[in-house]
Design a protein around this ligand. Sequence first.
Ligand code: 6YU
Length: 498
Amino acid sequence: MSVNTKIVIIGCGIAGISAAHRLFKAGFHNVRILEATARSGGRIKTGALGDRIVEIGANWIHGPCKENPVFCLAQQYGLLDPEALTPENQAMDVGGHPPWVPNFFSSSGRKLNAEDVFPALEMFAELLNEGSEFPNQGGEPFSNMGEFIRSEVQQRSEEKWKDIDANTRSLQLCTISNMLKVECSVNGAHSLDEVGLGAYGLYKTLPGLDCTFPGGFEGLVKNLISELPGGLVTYSRPVRRVHWSNSERRENPVEVECDDGEKITADHVIVTVPLGYLKKHHSTLFDPPLPLHKLHSVQRLGFGTNNKIFVEFDSPWWDADCEVIHLIWEDEDAVVDTVLDIQGSWIKKLFGFTVLKPTERYGHVLCGWIAGHESEHMETLTEQEVTHAVTQLIRRFTGNPTISPRRVLRSQWFHDPWTCGSYSYPGKGCSEQDLENMREPLPWKGSQSKPLQVLFAGEATHPCYYSTVHGALLTGWREADRLISLYSNVSEPLKSKL
Ligand code: 6YU
């Protein structure tokens, strides 16, 4: 099939690229991507710390198995380590929480044994499981995950830990605060109080032990782009407004207005801008505005911030087999995941670090994780201020006043004007219907005379793999397929009018 239909895709992240790829391969050759920045990849962004590769955005292939299209493409392009390709790796089902070897440090400068905090870890894992099993039909005991966890921890700790001494019990509660902060990073939310209880379980995991791209995640983007004709992507071309039509019929039903004033008409437009951008700019981005039910879903879905702070050392202060470091504040037995004095104590939100492995490839580099408003505040500080805070933190938790990082690099996703945060999560009061509304094209319930003008792709439009690269990629394919089937279903005379 070779169709001259004009399709404009807004955004050159993985969703925009995968949509273009699918359409192009299906014979649609009048496809154009308009990208606001000077690069492809969006939230897939590989950077450098000295001469080492680091991922500023997406890190892992979550659930690398045959059902994961990112894994399949990465395998096809030869981008993965042999270990990630083994059947054992693909079969390992870890439910989204890889069994990493942890080290625990406390704010009084003690290195803890894993057994010291085991009761807290066990209880927290139980609660996450239970929290994901609420059917999202209303009637949940609480509206959000935070309240559910806090209330259950209070009850269960009184029963289960009644015989343990006050200090040990306090340490368990402080550990639960740390685990809550981990979950804030996993969900990209300020607090678990903002994550809907019923909706938490909408996220689905795939089997496979998470793996990384040895040459950088951007290798995937480069390979896909190289299969598209040169010139298909226009860079540094932000779109200001999409004029669609709810009532009248036009030759070219959609007009895309760029920031530089250029107006491009198209038969169909696929919008892949991040949910954070949509939340902020929906009122100016669409003319006429989004229908109310869609707008309410945009508002109900959550989009928060999760940032990374890479820190390089001359030598490790963690165990050789350690994969994740948890920092437990001994004054946080109130089971908290937010910081009251953000300006003075933002660093307390950093739950700890993952260790970049293998050491031969990355050296002694840690990746710190910090979510929420504390993370957004961190973005406003200078690199020196961030380095100072991280150095003091590590000195305090290790009890070693001489440790000094060699280099520090942080991400700033909240202040990225084209992303406005990190990734989506199901907010309080969210339901499956909201995710359904997110992907609904405009005009909604369209007739053949006003066919699919504006379509929506991007991670936040996937019903169960939101917040991931594979989810985003699948939404690009989904919307491309929607158009492909539109043209394979319509009669020849209508096709020429379209
Ligand atoms: C994954 C991971 N990962 C860490 C961090 C981040 C993300 N993700 P894009 O934004 O890419 O593209 C849109 C484009 O549009 C962009 O280029 C803009 O410039 C452009 N644009 C905007 N406005 C425009 C305009 N007006 N005009 C023109 N262009 C415009 N995913 O699989 N593995 O390890 C991580 C991580 C710090 C920030 C991640 C990860 C998320 C992915 O990066 C993201 O989903 C996709 O790249 C998005 O692609 P896209 O095309 O939709 O948008 C149990 C349970 C709980 C539930 N959650 C658990 C899930 C865990 C998620 N974890 C992620 C964690 C990490 C560490």
